[in-house]
Design a protein around this ligand. Structure first.
Ligand code: ATP
Length: 448
């Protein structure tokens, strides 16, 4: 049985230390969450899996880590100052504000005000003066600094088109109604690739990235069958997009966007370019009087061409939630008992293996277990922990719930024959293995 509702997942996250409400002791801050000891591991593993698939497995994709504070001109020319807004309505009966498409059933239509546009960007003052003259935005997407660094990366790496720039980092949106746990928050992380291609090659590249992203999610434990493709209709497309396909996942609260894959055309690079009349460029780019860079490449006939860009953009929090939802299983055991088990893909598991001494106070057993933990930790396969509670059953239950794929029990026999008991999370099968074979065993287990 998968999780029945969001409450079960929220409860598990709090109980085991995946996610906490931010600023909780002061009543929280709406739309913000903190990742606890296990949450930070799972989140890092997810981001690493994305980074490896993007940057390490593709020689024509490079990484970037740009600043969050953004010069307002970047977001003026990107179109965000003008158009990055949602329609907001007030309910005169309950005095609450909602995004127009998210008004709850209990508000009557006649009580709602006319929708007004509300810009979602956070603005902050820069430097000691607070008179509003020096301000910056917290980036609403990581993408813009990829575009502004296009020339820097291109010139420093000498890559021919097609090539991509990948970035993982925080983005901020002043959502009108943050909700559904970490699904819609005001501070979140994005994993974004901007993949630059020559005009004319964009449609094939777009199709191919949709497929690649489905395969990647499947490798993270979100199978293709649980994702629906939504071809965003023209009137709902973002201002920069020629075509967008959203990967829609059935979250506990409903079918919603997990990742968007957009064909952003030459809009961004074109809008950030100087001397636009020297470029072959689409008509809807913004006229620019501030940029000092030409975001273009020369083609074989010596013309300056502004590349098109395909953008797969995924939210880390939404991925985290989908992965937990898929992995969460409430399993009935023989004898009427049940267990909660997180069937995470082992490469995502916060803890790769728990080494458990059979006797809490037996020095020889505990020291041997410690040595095994230290040796396995050094190999760099992820987090291995020593779990010395003295209660094997309780340790197994805990590690089932947090998705640890393997428990390694050290007992009296280990002291004589150097073997340990392995207990598999999913099958609950137990086998014996020589200590010297453990590293290889775990390596195989967590292979993607
Ligand atoms: P939505 O329609 O749900 O508001 P969006 O279309 O505005 O999302 P994009 O601009 O395409 O989202 O952003 C790319 C990705 O960033 C989304 O697919 C999502 O995973 C993530 N994301 C966007 N907004 C949020 C948010 N408020 N909280 C968490 N993740 C978000």
């Amino acid at each position: 049985m998968p999780a029945k509702n969001m409450d079960e997942i929220v409860a598990l996250c709090k109980r085991r230390g995946f996610i906490f409400q931010s600023s909780e002791i002061y009543g929280g801050l709406q739309g913000t969450y903190d990742f606890g000891p296990l949450g930070v591991e799972l989140k890092n593993n997810l981001k690493n899996a994305w980074w490896e698939a993007m940057v390490y497995e593709n020689d024509n994709i490079e990484g970037l880590d740009s600043s969050i504070l953004t010069n307002p001109l970047v977001l003026k020319y990107s179109g965000h100052e003008e158009t990055f807004s949602d329609p907001m309505v007030d309910c005169k009966s309950c005095n609450l504000r909602f995004r127009e498409d998210q008004v709850p059933d209990h508000c009557k239509k006649e009580d709602l005000t006319e929708p007004r546009q509300f810009n979602l960007m956070f603005k902050t003052s820069v430097g000691p003066l607070e008179d509003g003259s020096n301000y910056a935005y917290l980036r609403p997407e990581t993408a813009q600094q990829i575009f502004t660094n296009f020339k820097n990366v291109l010139d420093s790496t000498s890559k021919p088109i097609p090539f991509g720039i990948a970035q993982i980092g925080k983005a901020f949106r002043n959502e009108i109604t943050p909700r559904n746990f970490i699904f819609r928050v005001r501070e979140f992380e994005q994993m974004e690739l901007e993949y630059f291609v020559m005009p004319g090659e964009d449609e094939d590249a777009h199709e191919s990235w949709v497929q690649k992203r489905l395969d990647w999610w499947s490798n993270q434990g979100v199978p293709i069958k649980s994702i629906e493709l939504y071809d965003v209709p023209t009137d709902e497309l973002a201002h920069y997009s020629k075509k967008t396909v959203d990967l829609m996942y059935k979250f506990p609260h409903g079918l919603e966007e997990l990742e968007g894959i957009a064909n952003r055309t030459d809009f961004d690079l074109g809008s950030h370019s100087k001397k636009q009349d020297e470029l072959k460029i689409s008509s809807n780019v913004k006229k620019n009087k501030h940029s000092n860079s030409k975001m273009a490449v020369k083609n074989d006939s010596g013309d300056w061409i502004v590349p098109y860009v395909i953008e797969p953009s995924a939210g880390v929090e939404r991925g985290f939630l989908a992965i937990l939802n898929e992995a969460y299983t409430n399993e009935e055991l023989e004898g009427g008992k049940n267990r909660i088990v997180l069937r995470l893909k082992p490469h995502l598991s916060p803890v790769k293996a728990a080494v458990i001494p059979l006797k809490k106070n037996n020095k020889d057993i505990v020291n041997t277990a410690k040595e095994i933990k230290d040796d396995l930790q050094k190999i760099g396969l992820g987090r291995i922990i020593l779990e010395n509670t003295g209660n094997i059953g309780k340790s197994y239950r805990k590690h089932d719930e947090i998705g640890t794929p393997l428990c390694i029990t050290v007992d009296f026999d280990t002291l004589n024959d150097n073997s340990v008991t392995l207990r598999d999370r999913d099958s609950m099968n137990q086998t014996r293995l020589q200590v010297k074979e453990l590293a290889m065993y775990i390596k195989d287990l967590i292979k993607k």
